[in-house]
Design a protein around this ligand. Structure first.
Ligand code: MN
Length: 395
């Protein structure tokens, strides 16, 4: 058994209208989910995620934990298919779960998206999870430095989220629980506002987890509060038995799912060949065709296309909205469009005026040569009637 104490705080922040973050403290299951998309879809997605994870109280392996996350994903996907208003909703999820694996107390960690799990490692804030974001991928590829990533304008594009595909890629960790260890689960609204040093200072100074959580959320709001902020602090109070060799980073094993294959991460630096807990064989849980384009990116592209479509229709409306009386060969006609056209929209003949160029009054000819513009067809007809009248009178 592992005994925990915990504290939580969440806030809408200073900019957003609604708090789409959700948290769960159903010991031994602790979750933060950051919902996104839809009208209030984000709230619905993160709420479904925590409701489903609340059922995961007796997970006995990281595989169980992954199954729980997959079930939550399935629920969100099904729900968004039922309700068009919710289409496109998704949520991140980071979970810390106490479990007994083969009689050993363990901590299971699951992560999808860009919420994070940290451990207070005394001299540093050790980030355990890895963000599934476009920016993080660029940093991994060496196309962006860590410093450039901090304020990158696209840093909120996630490459994985629950609710998007039938299967979701889940990263997991198995950790050794150690008495006195303090864990922090949080949404990006926290670490985008506060530096690791600032976060660590509060974790060290404020012993009560609830008071510390509230102080962190308040500090993030004071620092700008540009996003919803959610904090769950989990202290490991007591651990029954436990014979795991203690690695500095507590990590027993890591499974990172990547599209089409699963990367096995270097085992933590500990022990030699007699290591009783070698990294487990990694099972590929990636869907055959994993999502590559992120849904946030998709939303962005869709938005750009909508803007372009609107611009185009305005342009077409402008190009086609007026009429003018002009000359088509030997005849006077009413054109639709603009005399010089607009971009590639050339004027078209709307209707003939029973009048040839030769018959025109000379003063009218001067005008008609350049095209005489009108906002609507009736006015153009009125003008055509007038010049026809003058031509007939001239005869
Ligand atoms: Mn967020």
């Amino acid at each position: 058994m592992i005994e925990f104490r915990w504290g939580t705080a969440t806030d809408t922040g200073r900019v957003r209208q609604a708090n789409q973050d959700q948290l769960l403290t159903a010991a031994p299951v602790f979750v933060v989910a950051d919902g996104m998309g839809g009208h209030n879809g984000g709230e619905v997605a993160s709420a479904i995620a925590v409701d489903e994870m609340a059922k995961a109280v007796d997970v006995a392996s990281v595989d169980d934990l992954i199954d729980a996350v997959q079930r939550a994903n399935r629920e969100i996907v099904d729900r968004s298919k039922l309700d068009p208003e919710l289409r496109g909703m998704g949520t991140t999820l980071v979970a810390l779960v106490g479990m007994i694996v083969d009689g050993e107390p363990r901590l299971g960690v699951a992560n999808v998206g860009d919420s994070r799990l940290y451990r207070d490692a005394a001299d540093e804030l050790a980030q355990i999870t890895e963000d599934h974001t476009l920016v993080e991928a660029l940093v991994r590829d060496g196309r962006l430095t860590a410093e450039e990533a901090v304020n990158h304008p696209q840093r909120n594009i996630v490459t994985r989220a629950l609710g998007i595909d039938d299967k979701v890629l889940v990263d997991t960790w198995q950790l050794t629980p150690v008495e006195g260890d303090r864990y922090l689960l949080c949404s990006d609204g926290l670490f985008n506002e506060l530096t690791p040093t600032e976060i660590l200072e509060v974790l060290h100074r404020v012993d009560d987890p609830d008071a510390a959580a509230h102080e962190l959320v308040e500090a993030a709001c004071d620092a700008g509060g540009r996003d919803n902020v959610t904090v769950v602090i989990v202290d490991v109070v007591a651990v029954e038995t436990g014979t795991d060799p203690l690695a500095d980073d507590r990590v027993i094993s890591v499974h990172k799912a990547v599209p089409d294959r699963v990367l096995q991460i270097d085992p933590p630096d500990r022990t030699g060949p007699s290591d009783p807990h070698p990294d487990e064989i990694v099972v590929d849980r990636a869907p055959a065709k994993p999502p590559f384009v992120t849904w946030r990116l998709g939303v962005f592209v869709a938005a750009v296309m909508v803007v372009l479509a609107v611009l185009l229709s305005v342009l077409v409306a402008y190009a086609r909205s007026s009429y003018f009386v002009g000359i088509d060969g030997e005849d006077v006609v009413i054109f639709r469009g603009r005399p010089d056209g607009v971009l590639w929209f050339d004027p078209t003949v709307e209707e003939p005026v029973v009048l040839t160029v030769a018959e025109l009054d000379p003063a009218d000819l001067e005008e008609v040569k350049d095209g005489v513009e009108f906002d609507d067809l009736d006015d153009a007809r009125g003008y055509a009637d007038a010049i026809t009248q003058r031509a007939v009178t001239d005869r």
